[in-house]
Design a protein around this ligand. Structure first.
Ligand code: TYD
Length: 208
């Protein structure tokens, strides 16, 4: 991106296993950034565009080959990057995305066992020059996440997976965080809401 740091927006992504509580905290980060005078665009994956939302419905509910699943995640992402993420960053907005490519490495790679080289190739194809400026990884042990998954709403295809699947997803997220040179900040999501908020404020401090 041929733009100075001052005029370019920022790209922040939110990750974690299902039930880690990320949705609760996205609203808080939005209010922190808006309070600091930033223009915020909130979006999600899979989804974030009209076509992407149709793909989301398919991929969260239909049984399919593991590689089909990965390809749909990245097809949705291609549209999202082109239509939403890159234009917003270019006009100086701050993009907050509920999940991005780390989720494909964690779920399709760690969870389902898809070869990492294939995911690397898709990432290079779909967003060779774009990475999140910051990724907030909400981390909880599996039993806490399972207890938080609401019993009152229908679970999607991923949420119905077994504990060993989520153990692999969580392990892959944490492995990526350790190798990320600080891009991925792990937030201990077993803490109280106020403690998590303090951790989020600390992670964003240099930008507020
Ligand atoms: P999630 O973000 O948890 O939404 P909700 O809070 O509405 O349930 O659901 C999206 C699901 O999609 C989640 O289980 C993770 C999965 N997913 C992948 O497997 N790969 C991906 O690349 C992405 C973006 C999501």
């Amino acid at each position: 991106m041929n733009q100075t740091d001052a005029t370019r927006g920022r790209f922040i992504t939110f990750e974690g296993i299902d039930g880690a509580g990320k949705s609760t905290h996205i609203g808080y980060v939005t209010s922190l950034l808006k309070g600091a005078g930033k223009r915020v665009v909130s979006t999600r994956e899979p989804g974030g565009t009209p076509l992407g939302e149709k793909l989301r419905d398919l991929v969260l509910h239909e049984k399919m080959h593991l590689e089909t699943e990965a390809l749909i995640m990245f097809a949705s992402r291609r549209e999202h990057v082109a239509q939403v993420v890159e234009p917003a960053i270019a006009r100086g907005d701050w993009v907050l995305s509920d999940r991005f490519t780390d989720a494909s490495f964690a779920y399709q790679g760690g969870g389902r066992g898809l070869d990492r080289a294939k995911l690397d190739a898709l990432e290079q194809w779909v967003h060779p020059h774009l990475q999140p400026d910051l990724t907030l990884l909400f981390d909880v042990p599996l039993d806490v996440a399972r207890a938080r998954l609401s019993a009152t709403r229908a679970l999607d295809k991923f949420e119905m997976e077994q504990a060993d699947f989520f153990a692999r997803v969580r392990g892959e997220y944490l492995r990526r965080a350790a190798e990320s040179n600080g891009r991925i900040v792990v937030i201990d999501s077993t803490q109280t809401i106020d403690e998590v908020r303090a951790a989020l404020q600390a992670a964003l401090e240099s930008w507020l």
